[in-house]
Design a protein around this ligand. Sequence first.
Ligand SMILES: *[C@@H]1O[C@H](CO)[C@@H](O)[C@H](O)[C@H]1NC(C)=O
Ligand SMILES: *[C@@H]1O[C@H](CO)[C@@H](O)[C@H](O)[C@H]1NC(C)=O
Ligand SMILES: *[C@@H]1O[C@H](CO)[C@@H](O)[C@H](O)[C@H]1NC(C)=O
Ligand SMILES: *[C@@H]1O[C@H](CO)[C@@H](O)[C@H](O)[C@H]1NC(C)=O
Length: 530
Amino acid sequence: MRLRFAVLGLMFLSGTAYAQCVEVTPAQYAGTPWTHSLTKTHTLSDIAFFKIRDPSGQHVCTSDPISDLSFLTYLSLNSTRGILPNNAIKRLVIVISGANSDAWAYHKDVIDALQAMNDPEINTDSVAILSPYFPNDRQAGTGFPYNPDGATPDAKYPSPALVWYSTEWSGGANNQYPPRLKTVSAYDALDQIVQHYGNRSIFPNMKHIVVSGHSMGAQMLHRYAAVGKTRAQLGVQVPISYYIANPSSMQWFGSDRPLSTGKCSSTYNNWREGLDNYSSYGSAHSGNLTYNSMLLALGPAAVLANYRGKTVAHGRGTQDRGDYSEGSCAPYTTGTDRHERFFAFLERFPPVCLVPTGEDCHTVDFVVTTHNNRAMFTSPSGNARLFRDNFNGDGSRAPDFGYPRHSNFDDPYPNGAQAGQPLVDTDTRSYAGGKTHRGCYTDIDNAQSVPSLPVLAYTGNSNTRTYCANLCTQQGYSIAGAKRNQCYCGNTLGSQTKRVVTSSCETKCPGDSSFCGNANRLSILSSVNL
Ligand SMILES: *[C@@H]1O[C@H](CO)[C@@H](O)[C@H](O)[C@H]1NC(C)=O
Ligand SMILES: *[C@@H]1O[C@H](CO)[C@@H](O)[C@H](O)[C@H]1NC(C)=O
Ligand SMILES: *[C@@H]1O[C@H](CO)[C@@H](O)[C@H](O)[C@H]1NC(C)=O
Ligand SMILES: *[C@@H]1O[C@H](CO)[C@@H](O)[C@H](O)[C@H]1NC(C)=O
């Protein structure tokens, strides 16, 4: 820490003595420790306090005793349980926890994944793994000091611990505590970690930084990649990539949506789902969000370009359905579950890979698993993205993993060697009345009030695509829609009907092994173009 003394005209006016100004240099193990009862769940997990600079500069030159802000991180030790010497670190892998802020668990999972590779060079002696802890009020007294009898907010929260409201860290909100300094966006905190480890004066052999996250951590990361500062802005020379695994929703770069916005038409495009009202995000509990606000002011195209300039690797569990709860409306404007939202995003904002060896190439890897971060991290693609890609700084990296692909818009850089039978519904049969399969469509859901097909022709265990096509043809209809054990018929689709990713209609028909839609989803067979 460097001290300097400032002489400011203001001080003569106010009559105070020369104020002591503390210029904060963010650094690992330099943050003020605080009392907590958090656990370490891996023998190679250490708890390290990272010193954070107030990005607003407010406490650089004040008499406030908070001369630093402190961020608790889980940091890996080397194989002999020592702190990795700076010059031994070739790679930093940051892993962001899910909604429970259980950084210790994610830290263990990534160390386990690294150790399981059994690689003589890529191991805990050369790779540092850091999991930042984003606490919220529920962890007061366990995760950070809390004095319930304190007479003032400052007395209640007496430590320099950075704490965010609920899971608003995922949207980059400013901190809620310390109460008198609500100026640190969670993205600023990440930036400062990246700047520190990306500084080759400090880490001379650093080759690559990966920022990774699963679930809520992936939601944070998708937004951080979208609005986060570029390497040039951060002054970092080390390449940075983003491994985004199984987010429940994705950042949307514009006010359009693939599905109905009726249920939350005035709020669906607010930050974090969209880009509106960014600055007031979190302001009920924190300061206004100003992080990289100049980029936001340039509009959605600029934010999208910023995102596309990053090295983004999507990780997708093929069995990761879920997050159907309609409690939060905005995500439903892009899909009924994580799976649909992911493919809706890719369809609207296709992955970019202008130069396959280029730095800004976006990849899409599939892993056959559910919403399981360990399975994602230990998969071959998880290993590649977290640990292997560009390990020696020569730009080498694995192409996309996980064939067959799920849709034609998820393949920026196809690996022909792995091509196989596509997983998408490839039904090319001809059904009664010249009907053919046309894909997966919405039925009534999320504020859509018009049914997709007006006539319910059958409900029962004989339902199949063939059965439903026959029935609708017999009754004179050109379109048949199979939804589980129901068969709907009509001559046009409803005015609010939308096409969604084909694999969203993957429920087996009760009468055979063909696919009959899903909840609120119809497999459409038609003799007319839609
Ligand atoms: C682990 O780190 C310590 C320093 O903290 C160092 O002395 C030791 O050599 C390192 N062990 C290995 C195997 O790199
Ligand atoms: C890198 O670290 C050195 C040594 O601490 C420091 O002087 C320099 O300002 C840092 N560079 C950047 C870009 O932060
Ligand atoms: C959100 O943004 C929209 C358009 O950008 C604006 O009309 C609306 O007033 C804002 N709402 C709030 C709560 O700030
Ligand atoms: C925060 O933002 C809101 C809406 O954008 C604005 O009305 C308010 O004045 C801002 N507050 C501060 C402290 O800047």
